[in-house]
Design a protein around this ligand. Sequence first.
Ligand code: ADP
Ligand code: MG
Ligand code: MG
Length: 339
Amino acid sequence: MKKRILLLAGGQSGEHEVSLMSARSVLNALPRDQFDVTPVVISKQGRWLPPTETQRALDSGEAPTGGDLVLHRAASAEGYDAVFPLLHGPMGEDGTVQGLLTLAGIPFVGSGVLGSAVSMDKIMTKQVLASAGIPQVAWALAVRREWQAQPDTVRERAAALGYPLFVKPANLGSSVGISKVSSAEELDGALDLAFSLDRRVILEAMTAHKPREVEVGILGNDAPIASPVGELRFDADFYDYETKYTEGRASMHIPAPLPTEVADQIRSLALRAFRALDCAGLARVDFFYVEETGELLLNEVNTMPGFTTTSMYPKLFEAAGLNYSALVTRLVELALEER
Ligand code: ADP
Ligand code: MG
Ligand code: MG
């Protein structure tokens, strides 16, 4: 019997278009002799599109309008064996859709409510990983009310971290709303921007030198495995939105040219983080490697990483001998696995 799979794509976040690209790749790759796949695109307004409109959105790669309310569709999703929520960012990767699917009783690819929600939130992630003894940059939290009512206390917190520092909305991705702040004069503008996108903001000390950015893929549920380590190189001050999504601005190196002990340490820290955050299925764990000091710092955990055939996560497992089609098949198997 073929498994019936519902592939969710698009979604309400700024990463809508990235998700559509990933979904096209997954649709092509799921073996048709094993799976019956129904794609549903979610519009930026959060409405679930019927088949013809979904197809149009996948073909054009653009944010569509129209569609049904989300709850109506979830109720009618009962006939599926599993859902692949290929959604990035808020309202997709953050536990909300995972909660809906849990309520509907349908198995799905990737982390559950807890792992998704905690990993999406940069502050909660830092807190959980700190308690698991995983090395990270120094950081501080600020909430919008504080910034409005007592801005000086927030400015003091920033000064204590020292400049340059990074200011980030707690719950976004794709570098949206992130600023590198070189001096106190630039702080207010960076905080205003971050608070326009999120109620909670994280301030992070910058690594002592410009770090190398290395990433590792994790695959599995309660017995996860780690891929080889990959490296991103780019010619920009930091890995901002432009650099991420402009063709040719960044290059991927797999395996990353690193001493074996460093690569092994990255894999082992990533597995510890995956367990500490209660992730499942897949995650891409991103690190800063400060070559000058030998420091290895965990930056973030992405529970639904970019998933086109040329994205880092699938490329990491391809290097481990698992091709794209075998990888998506494995992810669906993991979703159906008894835990
Ligand atoms: P996102 O979830 O949007 O990808 P990140 O936390 O990964 O956000 O930050 C985006 C980029 O900003 C990183 O890939 C890196 O280039 C730079 N960056 C972020 N935080 C720091 C830091 N503390 N020190 C040095 N560079 C940083
Ligand atoms: Mg991220
Ligand atoms: Mg990142």
